[in-house]
Write a protein that binds this ligand. Structure first.
Ligand SMILES: Cc1cc2ncn([C@H]3O[C@H](COP(=O)(O)O)[C@@H](O)[C@H]3O)c2cc1C
Ligand SMILES: O=C(O)c1cccnc1
Length: 347
């Protein structure tokens, strides 16, 4: 179906002359060739994203997208949906993991109400983008109408368009959202739902078996929802749709997308399917302990920087990896070349 929103053009970060110049600059630094390992590839990628021989990270931004999930009434999470709103209050008071790491690395943080099942008083760090109070129960209905799904994508795009800085971390908070992410991965990746499903917030074995059964039923119920847009509307996640919109717009503006774990990663998969090319702007921060993330990374041909067994979300793993991107820019900018230092390169 035609999208009543304009998908912006995604540039191709592959200027061959610049690639050569970056590679030469990296190789001429005072170190054995390749000795900075994957930090060298990171520097090259950041240069190509910014179309610059001296990439710089300016005013990095985190947006944590919060929303609720109708499917959670079937016991697919270890926690009740009310925790989503409680965590929004925690973010606004500065007490969550992502607040701590954002402060540590001076990353600007705002919380987006993408569809929490509660109302909040106005707050300078809260962006009200609410489409509706939570998705519908996907065991019985589509998570969102087409109009709601379009609105969520559009609001995500608008939010990124008007943002400061040249790096975006999308984080999420939504009790039940590993279920939506697993469903989307199974559908868009054509993978068995059992492989895509994990313990999320910490389900025990019987609860995990029940989650798998429920998700298999949901997929069967929405067997017709095959296109990326139809799958997104049917299987949901208002926060996943809004993150996908934000990622599309940010890539179109040549911002670096510093990707967190499983749920944010699924939003990138959706974004890539809706607007091919977005993935090239992504740096993958870490490998989540949620098993679906391994399948997602394979699908996206991504090798993340860290493997810390994190399974939190909120953008926390991306915030932790941020200093590595700073180091990649710094060595490219500041390290002496063999010529600068008067050291003979390998003959
Ligand atoms: C206190 C708390 C803080 C969180 N911060 C992120 N999540 C993470 O867990 C949820 C997904 O797991 P599931 O699908 O099993 O509900 C999401 O909200 C995700 O961001 C949290 C979960 C809890 C309980
Ligand atoms: O990897 C993630 O993003 C994740 C995993 C489990 C629970 N919440 C988030």
């Amino acid at each position: 179906m035609p999208h009543p929103f304009i998908v912006p053009a995604i540039p191709v970060p592959a200027n061959p002359a610049l690639r050569l110049a970056l590679q030469q600059a990296i190789d001429n630094k005072t170190k054995p060739r390749g000795a900075l390992g994957r930090l060298e590839f990171l520097a090259l990628q950041l240069g190509l994203i910014q179309d610059s021989p001296t990439p710089r990270l300016v005013a990095p931004q985190i947006r944590v997208f919060a929303a609720d999930h109708g499917l959670n009434r079937h016991g697919v999470s270890a926690y009740p949906s009310v925790v989503t709103a409680q965590m929004v209050h925690n973010f606004l008071q500065g007490g969550a993991a992502i607040n701590v790491f954002a402060r540590q690395h001076q990353l600007a943080l705002k919380v987006v109400d993408a569809g929490v099942d509660a109302d909040f008083a106005p707050h300078p760090d809260l962006l009200d983008c609410k489409i509706r109070r939570g998705t519908r129960d996907t065991l019985h209905q589509a998570a969102m109408t087409d109009a709601e799904c379009h609105a969520a994508l559009r609001r995500g795009m608008e939010l990124a368009r008007d943002m400061a800085g040249n790096l975006l971390i999308v984080g999420e908070m939504g009790i039940g959202n590993t279920s939506a992410a697993s469903l989307l991965l199974a559908r868009l990746g054509d993978l068995p739902i059992e492989d895509c499903t994990g313990r999320g917030t910490g389900l025990d074995d019987p609860a995990l078996a029940r989650k798998r059964r429920v998700l298999a039923q949901v997929l069967a119920r929405h067997a017709g929802a095959q296109s990326p847009f139809d799958a997104l509307a049917a299987l949901g996640g208002l926060e996943i749709a809004m993150m996908a919109g934000a990622l599309i717009m940010a890539a179109s503006q040549r911002r670096v997308l510093l990707m967190d774990g499983f749920i944010a990663g699924v939003a990138l998969l959706v974004a890539e399917r809706l607007a091919p090319g977005v993935r090239r702007f992504a740096v993958f921060a870490h490998r989540s302990a949620e098993p679906g993330h391994g399948h997602l990374l394979r699908l996206l041909e991504a090798e993340p920087l860290l493997a810390l067994d994190l399974r939190l979300g909120e953008g926390s793993g991306a915030a932790l990896a941020y200093p590595l991107l700073q180091s990649a820019c710094a060595f490219l900018d500041e390290m002496a070349s063999f010529a600068d230092a008067g050291i003979g390169a390998r003959g």
